[in-house]
Each structure stands twice: as structure tokens, then as C-alpha cells.
Write a protein that binds this ligand. Sequence first.
Ligand SMILES: C[S@@+](CC[C@H](N)C(=O)[O-])C[C@H]1O[C@@H](n2cnc3c(N)ncnc32)[C@H](O)[C@@H]1O
Length: 321
Amino acid sequence: MSAFEFSPHHYSVLYQETLAGLNLKVDGHYIDGTLGAGGHSYGILERTAPEGKLLGLDADPVALALASERLKPFGTRVRIVPSNFAQIFEVAQREGFVPADGVVLDLGLSSMQLDDRERGFSFQGDGPLDMRFGEIQGELTAAEIVNRWSEERLVKLFFELGEEPQARRLARAIGEARRVQPLETTGQLAAVLEKAGGGRAAGRTKRPIHPATRVFQALRMEVNHELERLAQGLEGALQTLGPGGRLAVISFHSLEDRVVKRFIQHEASDKNILPDTPISLALPKTPTLRPITKKPQVAGLQEESENRRSRSAKLRVAEKW
Ligand SMILES: C[S@@+](CC[C@H](N)C(=O)[O-])C[C@H]1O[C@@H](n2cnc3c(N)ncnc32)[C@H](O)[C@@H]1O
């Protein structure tokens, strides 16, 4: 099945839960900061007909082309802008979407992007070791990290962003391999990692994962500054929302979820709690968000069995005061 043929909703993770969380209004203005294949956006537009408007952002030209095609039936109700969601407030202001009634961020890359072997995100193919997506994010590529960073720095990266328990063993294997010749393709890196082992069982279903999974994830997150962009995107979304507007964020990684959770906690608190400062010394502040989901929503067993990617998904929703 080609990417253009699948049904509008099929691959959107936590689809019903996300649309419900946004508390959609028929004439509302909504922003999808991670348009992807346009699945969540399609649902927002369907449920906010006939007046609702949607601004869709994505940093990836392939996703933008796909979403533009799929959302064509909604005509002028949709506006699509190539952008990183770190700039959500600036783009929304320019496009007349401030104040917005809702913002959705469905983080990471789609299975479609991850599975495209030539784009270098997948350890199953043999693409260049690049991993930058969207607009040029900077000079840093996966090849630069793998071939030039010290083994100690690789251990820290794989451990922190990949949460890879075998980080040390895998970093050492890379160090040995690159002394013979630089690693230039995803296939070469995957072969080194596979030989070295690692990648124990993970997730609620405890299925073993490929030894390269977490290392590839860590490299992608580092190259694209994903955690920094997320923090900027959350701040921007808060600025963009009007009173009563909803923020819905789906994350796939515990570090991403922690950033989202702490952001909501901080914005919901009436105290400005600074790191390393006793709570009794915290200064009062006005809360800006009200958490709607006390605990993150996760996929049900049926969704998990239909869509592998949904197994690690967590949805958090908050409302602007
Ligand atoms: C999981 S997909 C979204 C799928 C979409 N919700 C759907 O239902 O079809 C995530 C998308 O976000 C994009 N993306 C990731 N980080 C981004 C960022 N910082 N700024 C803009 N787009 C980003 C990716 O290119 C990808 O297309």
C-alpha cells in the first residue's frame, strides 16, 4: 500500500482521544504543529465543519506534500506552512491564528518517514548517516557524531537520549569499527551495533528490540535538537492559545514526556519553583494552564496490536486559563 492510499485516520496515534482532548468547536481555529500525513488534522477539519480553520506546520517537505494532497477537500479552511513548531507563535501570528482554540503536537517522526530506507532514519536500510530532517538544522550529522565524538560522549548520548542500557558496549564497538574505516551509512552502523548486541526487551509487551533501535533514536534526537525544539514549541503554543484553548501533546519517549509533564506542572502551579530551591522559598505566580489529563492517556490493546508505534505513545492535555 502506498503512503497516499491509506485511510485518513488509520495511522494517527490516539486519534479519538486527541480529538476529544481538544474539545473541538465548529468555528474554532486549530493548529497542528506536526502535520505529518494529516490524519489528526483531517479529523479536526471534519469535526469543526463548516467554519473551523486549521493551520498545519511540518518541517519535512515530504510530509507537507502528502498532507496538502489529503487535506485538499477542505479548501480554504486549511493553511499549510513549512515550519518547525519551535516557531509556532510567530507563524500563527502571521497567519491570523492567535488566539487559537487548540494546538496539537504529535511528536517524533511518522512510521512512513522512519521506514523510508533511503532517508537514513532506519537501521533496516542503507542510507547516508545524516538524519537531519526538514529545513537544514545545522551542520551536525549522524556521521559527524558517530565518527568524531569521543567514546565517552557517545556513551552519554546513547544512555541519555537512547536510554540504552548497553551504551558503553555499543560505543566501544563503534570506536573499534571506525578505527578501521569511518562509518558512512546506516547499514554499516547497524551491522556494527548488531554484532555488538544490546537492545534488550522493552515496552509493555516486553518484545526484544533491535540492537540499533535506541542508538538510532538518540542520534536522530541529537541531530535535530528535538528536546530543545519541544521546549520552544510548548512555550510558543502557550503564547498562541486563547483562554480556554487546549494543548494536546503526544510523546513517544520518556524524555519527551518528562519535558511535557514538567512544562504543564510548572504552568499549572501557583508557585515559581526553581531547581535546587526549597519549596518554602518559591515565589507566587499566576497559573497559566489547567491539566485535563491527570495521568497520560495511552493506547488500548487493540490500537497497540494494530499499530506498533502506539505502544509507547502518551497523550497529555491541558487547558489555558
Ligand atoms: C508522528 S508524525 C505526525 C502524524 C500526524 N499527527 C498524523 O496524524 O498524520 C510527526 C510529524 O512531525 C514532524 N515534526 C517533528 N518534529 C517537528 C518539528 N520540530 N517541527 C515541525 N514538524 C516536526 C515530522 O516531520 C512528522 O511529519
